[in-house]
Design a protein around this ligand. Structure first.
Ligand SMILES: NC(=O)c1ccc[n+]([C@@H]2O[C@H](COP(=O)([O-])OP(=O)(O)OC[C@H]3O[C@@H](n4cnc5c(N)ncnc54)[C@H](OP(=O)(O)O)[C@@H]3O)[C@@H](O)[C@H]2O)c1
Length: 173
């Protein structure tokens, strides 16, 4: 996988302790982040683990307007029409490399972030400025000697979004 031709982005929302989920779902409801995710990944190839795919409500999957690539070790896995299934990370990247879309995103979850962080060039991180107790899935530490913050937008909580949050872009140094 050293010879990936395309540039891969990671998109993730992270709590104050690097938590991203409880194993089945997100830990927060932040419509502003949902909107950001939708706009940022529009038209892209999205690579995700089987658990993340299944965490998407049925009526929203496959994620519309995007090429959905799901990774599972289950050779008999069946998903909705139009979804690409891959049994290894290598296959998932191969499918993405062969798609004509130039925008490629890894969208989780924890196990997939862990094994793909090294292959990413850019991280789109929503930092949710609160710690969540019921987390059991985490994002790897963003090492400041590897990743440089290149843009940041900070937001206060509001009626719809109960927590302060920031959209931060990191690029590999
Ligand atoms: N905050 C965020 O931005 C964000 C984003 C995405 C997800 N999440 C959260 O993250 C949690 C899910 O993360 P997770 O780590 O539990 O699961 P996951 O990474 O979404 O999926 C794990 C599954 O992917 C497959 N898989 C992983 N590595 C593989 C490999 N090398 N080869 C083949 N298949 C592989 C396996 O599927 P099989 O078991 O089928 O073999 C594995 O059980 C949920 O709580 C979700 O809400 C949060």
């Amino acid at each position: 996988m050293q010879d990936l031709k395309q540039k891969y982005n990671i998109i993730v929302a992270i709590g104050a302790n690097y938590e991203i989920g409880d194993g089945e779902d997100l830990l927060w409801h932040l419509p502003a982040d949902m909107k950001f995710f939708k706009e940022t990944t529009k038209g892209a190839d999205v690579i995700m683990g089987r658990k993340t795919y299944e965490s998407i409500p049925k009526k929203f999957r496959p994620l519309p307007g995007r090429t959905n690539i799901v990774i599972t070790r289950n050779k008999n896995y069946v998903a909705e029409d139009g979804v690409y299934i891959s049994n290894t990370l290598k296959d998932a990247f191969e499918i993405a490399e062969n798609c004509s879309t130039t925008n490629k995103f890894i969208i989780g979850g924890g196990s997939i972030y862990e094994s793909t962080l090294n292959y990413a060039h850019t991280l789109y991180v929503t930092h949710v400025h609160k710690a969540f107790k019921n987390a059991n899935t985490f994002f790897p530490i963003i090492d400041a000697s590897v990743w440089k913050e290149t843009s940041r937008e900070d937001f206060k909580a509001d009626e719809k979004n109960k927590f302060e949050y920031s959209f931060v872009k990191y690029e590999k140094i």
